[in-house]
Ligand binder design. Structure first.
Ligand code: VGL
Ligand code: ZN
Length: 198
């Protein structure tokens, strides 16, 4: 059964000193490079926001980073400005082996809708196209790693499981933001969706 390694958002802004730094985010990069050599396909995702994106707290006069707001599609955490298209923060970590990637999928480019998941935007219905890519390549098993465990890895893994893929998250090669119990909630949600946590 062909399997893809899906590497979620291993970008400078999610690593130490980045705009939305995830603690230990840089520790997973060499392990991810090693896993790439065992996969039939390697997909990298890249959070890729236009300046002034609606998920940025700076776009909301009355809100600060990590506060919640209501968007037309539901509740949304507001973030510090991060992964702005064309900035160094949006680049992949310098050690990540981009040469091994078959496919790079960008997400979060819609100014009005955030996209944690590699499969659907946060309205939970606008597809990114990744499902079609994987299916047309005959891939039914996914191994996921990257940043952040409780947001983009979690949403990607749950969506993939709902779509019928066999999904394993390699937790050793993920790091979490972990705000207000978000990591525990993500672990419970992934298990409930039938995701294997390894
Ligand atoms: C992410 C928050 C905002 C992630 C992306 O990659 O987990 N989190 N944008
Ligand atoms: Zn983002």
């Amino acid at each position: 059964m062909a399997h893809a390694l899906i590497v979620i958002d291993v970008q400078n802004d999610f690593c130490p000193n980045g705009a939305l730094a995830v603690s230990g985010g840089d520790e997973i990069v060499s392990g991810i490079n090693a896993l790439m050599t065992k996969a039939d396909a390697v997909v990298l995702t890249q959070d890729w926001h236009p300046a002034g994106h609606s998920s940025f707290a700076s776009s909301h006069a009355d809100k600060g980073p990590y506060e919640l707001t209501m968007m037309p599609y539901g509740e949304q955490v507001l973030w510090p400005n991060h992964c702005v298209q064309g900035t160094d923060g949006a680049l992949f970590h310098a050690v990540l082996n981009q040469n091994h990637a078959d496919m790079i999928i960008r997400k979060g480019y819609n100014p009005l809708i955030d996209s944690y998941s590699a499969f659907f935007e946060n309205d939970q219905k606008t597809p990114t196209g990744l499902e079609g890519y994987l299916r047309t390549r005959g891939i039914s098993k996914l191994v996921m790693v990257g940043l952040a465990t409780d947001f983009c890895v979690n949403f990607s893994a749950v969506d993939a499981a709902k779509l019928g893929f066999d999904v394993t998250v390699n937790m050793d090669l993920c790091r979490a933001i972990d705000m207000d119990g978000s990591l525990d909630a993500a672990i419970a949600g992934m298990k409930a969706a039938g995701v294997t946590l390894a």
